[in-house]
Design a protein around this ligand. Structure first.
Ligand SMILES: [Zn+2]
Ligand SMILES: [Zn+2]
Ligand SMILES: [Zn+2]
Length: 262
């Protein structure tokens, strides 16, 4: 029986501020890649395409609105002290002020801890990123593992319903790691408890040793290992970041293979 574990890890470097744009930045101070460089001078407020003011990321219009807000604020008789903290929060929640970071790295790991594949997700760890990634590295139904662990498998399973991609996953059981399942997945989620609960798959439990057949925490262990490099990765350019990760992952894989052979 074959098995793989996939998970996202929050290590990242700076990237273009346009959602999901994979192109590298021309310098460590840039917010945009070269094809998107013109956006540096367009207001970042959604729906506003006005030019920005000097050394700002918003246009005159947002400036005026902000002034009005401030006047309203001054007109209030008393401002409670505990509200102060709230006022310090940025006005335009969810907008990208300054430089952007890529969302996460996604790993696919064997239960023996060898990393099969890794990819950068720029925008999010959504299913529209996860499903095509898995299909690209495991390109046929046969190449897919019989068991795939993923903390978000209930979302993936439901995402696949009625989609053409579902064919690709039809031979694969999508389960959730037993510890994660107990702590994070509600018992009252019918889809999750019938499709992703390891307890519904007795063939994945070894009665003799009273353990689960597969080491589903292999990916978590890899994530913990890679996070040790976070400090170094922080300020790298995308090219250095990808190169560094490729090299350390390959070296670790080789060391694991060597360990398994002896
Ligand atoms: Zn870009
Ligand atoms: Zn604007
Ligand atoms: Zn679930």
């Amino acid at each position: 029986m074959s098995c793989a574990v996939t998970d996202g890890v929050a290590i990242s470097c700076l990237c273009c501020a346009v959602h999901n744009c994979p192109l590298p930045l021309p310098s460590s101070h840039a917010c945009f890649c070269i094809p998107h460089a013109h956006l540096e001078y367009v207001c970042i407020f959604p729906g506003c395409n006005a030019p920005t003011q000097l050394d700002m990321q918003t246009s005159e219009q947002e400036e005026e609105e902000e002034e009005e807000d401030e006047e309203d604020e001054e007109n209030k008789v008393q401002v409670k002290v505990q509200d102060k903290q709230e006022q310090l929060q940025p006005k335009y929640k969810g907008l990208h002020f300054g430089r952007c970071r890529m969302h996460n790295k996604q790993f696919v790991v064997c239960p023996c801890s060898i990393v099969l594949a890794w990819a950068t997700f720029y925008g999010s760890e959504g299913m529209f990123s996860v499903a095509p990634f898995l299909m690209s590295i495991l390109p046929t139904c046969k190449a897919m593992p019989e068991v795939l662990f993923f903390d978000n498998n209930c979302t993936l399973g439901q995402y696949l319903i009625g989609r053409p991609e579902a064919k690709h996953f039809k031979e694969t059981v999508l389960v959730v790691d037993v510890f994660h399942y107990k702590t994070k997945h509600a018992d009252n989620n019918v889809y999750c408890s019938t499709h992703c609960n390891l307890a519904s798959f007795p063939e994945l439990y070894d009665l003799a040793s009273e353990t689960w057949t597969f080491n589903s925490s292999a990916c978590k262990q890899t994530n913990t290992w890679i996070c040790k490099y976070q400090g170094q990765l922080q300020e790298m350019s995308a090219i250095q970041f990808e190169f560094f990760l490729d090299e350390v992952i390959k070296a670790r894989n080789e060391a694991i293979v060597e360990g398994l052979e002896h």
